[in-house]
Design a protein around this ligand. Sequence first.
Ligand code: 6PG
Length: 488
Amino acid sequence: MSQHDIGLIGLAVMGQNLVINMANHGFSVGVYNRTTATTDDFVGGLKTESADKVWAGTADRIKGYHTVEEFVASLKAPRRVMIMVKAGGPVDAVIEQLKGVLSPGDIIIDGGNSYFPDTNRRHEDLKKAGLRFIGTGVSGGEEGALKGPSIMPGGHPEAWPFVKDIFQKISAKVGSNNDIPCCEWVGEAGAGQYVKMVHNGIEYGDMQLICEAYFILKNALGLTNDELYQVFKEWNAGELESYLIEITRDIFTVKDADGSHLVDKILDTAQQKGTGKWMSQHALDLGVPTTLITEAVYARCLSAQKDARVRASAVLSGPSIPAFTGDKKQFIDDVRQALYASKLCSYAQGYVQLDAAAKEFGWKLNNGNIALLWRGGCIIRSRFLGDIKAAFDKNPNLENLLLDDFFKAAVEMAQPSWRRVVSTAVQLGLPVPVFSAALSYYDGYRCGRLPANLLQAQRDYFGAHTYERTDKPRGEYSHTDWIHERKT
Ligand code: 6PG
């Protein structure tokens, strides 16, 4: 008998937690997993008591199925099937299976971190098959999935009214009455997955900026983990208030079995699943300078070359770091301001990329709404995103966040500190690739005339690539026989 509001395939932790979240909001959910024992264990476990009662009372709203046919037959029409399996081939395999059993008008929702060109392709394929596809970003990790993630759906617009109620109810909420859902329709085809990819790229940038701030405070100022805890605690009470600053603060409190700080025992090699890299790759395709995120990806790559770095550290020298003699409090505040200004450049770049992608694919993205989706539930959630939303509400066509009055003033205030931090790090030989990329972007963006005139001359010299002139209309190209004209 058709009974369930929605079905979910893929019962790893994210899938399980989303199902419990849906059931906690009164929805009836059918579940299916390729390994039937996983389905049975999950559904059976719901009948037991959980310590914090997160799944209390959900057992009668969640039912497991052992075949895709039974699973699909158990769903109300139009059937809504959410897939939470590994991105790539596994998503295609499940879609193929579903194509054989779903009916025209049914809806497939991919909630994984899928690569947006895959989502564009699936959207088109399924449209031809009469099915409606949604590719949605889901952010917030396991806890978010259970208690309220940020949800970024895109795809077939006709499908949205059928999932809106479920998704908005299970999503994180923000606002003074805690009633604004961090879930809104993003746009057609792969737009939702694209916005999630940009979220992840920005996540890479934020994380690396925090790591660089930590590295400076630890090495230039010699702060202990207890002092770092205090610094991050104070920062989290101001304009930097965010989930990532909060968890960083807490990390400095965690001790290993021997009583020493765990953070110092963790190997300094960062891993990555690829979403930040995808954003950088596409930034290059679009020709937009998303320099912070790209540097953040490279910083992970360099960190991963641990053995090579250890070998090089025995050979290559740099300045020795003297004991800090200046005003510690002032310098800590300089780092805070450098972090804030750099973070702003990162978001400014992220939004420029979103605008370029929207143009490329014909998506109508609403930048203010995107800030709202990220305001709660997701990994980059922060107070700052409220200010970004306000900037786009004031001017939906804002060309660059740095041009908003509020942010322009904020960067002007932070600028002396920002420059002091980057130059101090450079003088001490402390690597700050993303802090410096941010400052270079700011300085490049505000520069009315860059040295690209010389670059164009070089191109024309060796390759007759032509150039535009300052005294001729744009689009009119000149060439010079540089070899003949030169005086050497
Ligand atoms: C989220 C996260 C998540 C991501 C992890 C790991 O929004 O919940 O972005 O989707 O997969 O953070 O990413 P990396 O392994 O690339 O660091």
